[in-house]
Design a protein around this ligand. Structure first.
Ligand SMILES: Cc1cc2nc3c(=O)[nH]c(=O)nc-3n(C[C@H](O)[C@H](O)[C@H](O)COP(=O)(O)OP(=O)(O)OC[C@H]3O[C@@H](n4cnc5c(N)ncnc54)[C@H](O)[C@@H]3O)c2cc1C
Ligand code: SF4
Length: 322
């Protein structure tokens, strides 16, 4: 049995209460589906857990944007009529996280702020100790890179590639008060410290601008077991179309390194049909720019090839009008 260290629990009724309870020895817990396994593996040692999982997360449309409370459960996102109608790829991505029980507990906020993952890190303390630990937790060496400096643990959230394509903005509440942060400015290429937010800052809401007419999107996820596993690679594409012609196009590759990877150069495919030649050109550029790290399951070369396959699938779905 994996036991957790002792800690006290503060149950917050709202985010202001949660922020007031924060101290350097505390951690926030929402659904707990990521944090509690990590505590059992003794990756963190908080003295206090501040429970924010009971704070409701509503989904509402407001002046050309959709607001989603950070506490919204993933199962709620996956089946919400507003998302199914206006942002279907986000509902798809939420519905592909883990399995049904975890989606009933797990929140959007926890998904966005998920710790990075690694084959050498998400293990019991006994297992990690037998290997001399690693740079991200108690050790001095990265077993993936084979060096003492860089951690390439993976950002593995399913909703994030789609939210990046949609240019989402985060509402944060911290000791200095409220502020907004573009999601594209949140992640850093550092598996040990991948989140660009301050200590004690809470994510309260995600704001997504509603896309224009002709919106299409696709989220593709590679994983070992379709019933529960984290992504080994993910591909999201969104765009606004007139017939088969994209007027805007965004793409993000996820689950390959500590930072999701927005694709560059897609603007050269705007204003002309997204035909086989265009799809193959984009797939070739994805191959060139995708370098999966060995921090998650699956041969890195194979995952790189699969980025091409999933890019094709996503773009073909967009071209078909899905
Ligand atoms: C078996 C298994 C399979 C999984 N598969 C997937 C998968 O396929 N895809 C995937 O994306 N995830 C997967 N997960 C991870 C997890 O279930 C989801 O990412 C979920 O959305 C996490 O949300 P949570 O509310 O449970 O987060 P928690 O575990 O409560 O928190 C996660 C982190 O975010 C912080 N946090 C949470 N909410 C806030 C907030 N509002 N403000 C500030 N900090 C906050 C916590 O302090 C913690 O550091 C899996 C987990 C398990 C156990
Ligand atoms: S990438 Fe390296 S340092 Fe980071 S968690 Fe994995 S083994 Fe540890």
């Amino acid at each position: 049995m994996l036991r957790m260290d002792d800690f006290s629990v503060v149950v917050a009724k709202n985010y202001a209460e949660a922020a007031a309870a924060w101290s350097p020895e505390a951690m926030y817990v929402a659904g707990g589906t990521d944090l509690l396994p990590n505590l059992k593996h003794r990756l963190f040692h908080p003295k206090t857990l501040i429970h924010i999982g009971g704070i409701p997360g509503e989904i509402v449309e407001e002046e050309g944007t959709i607001h989603i409370g950070a506490g919204a459960k993933l199962s709620y996102l996956a089946s919400h009529p507003l998302l199914l109608q206006k942002l279907p790829p986000l509902a798809t991505a939420a519905g592909l996280v883990a399995g049904p029980q975890l989606r009933n507990m797990g929140t959007l906020g926890g998904n966005i702020l998920l710790d990075t993952r690694c084959l050498y890190y998400n293990q019991t303390e006994f297992w990690r100790k037998s290997l001399g630990y690693c740079l991200k937790a108690e050790g001095t060496w990265c077993h993936v890179v084979g060096g003492p400096k860089t951690c390439v643990a993976t950002q593995s959230s399913d909703t994030v590639p789609v939210l990046l394509c949609l240019d989402a903005t985060l509402q944060l509440l911290g000791p200095e008060g409220e502020r907004s942060l573009k999601l594209r400015d949140l992640y850093r290429y550092n598996g040990m410290d991948h989140l660009g937010i301050g200590k004690g800052e809470l994510l309260t809401k995600v704001v997504i601008p509603l896309p224009g007419p002709g919106f299409r999107g696709s989220y593709q996820k590679l994983r070992t077991r379709a019933s529960i596993d984290y992504p080994q690679l993910s591909v999201a594409f969104t765009g606004c179309f007139e017939g088969d012609v994209p007027l805007s196009l965004e793409g993000v590759i996820g689950a390959i390194n500590p930072q999701p990877k927005p694709l560059k150069g897609l603007e050269s495919h705007l204003g002309r049909p997204l035909d086989t030649a265009a799809i193959e050109a984009i797939a070739a550029s994805v191959y060139k720019s995708t370098r999966p790290q060995g921090s998650v399951h699956g041969d890195t070369n194979w995952r790189r090839q699969m980025a091409v396959v999933y890019t094709r699938r996503a773009l073909q779905a967009l071209a078909r009008g899905e």
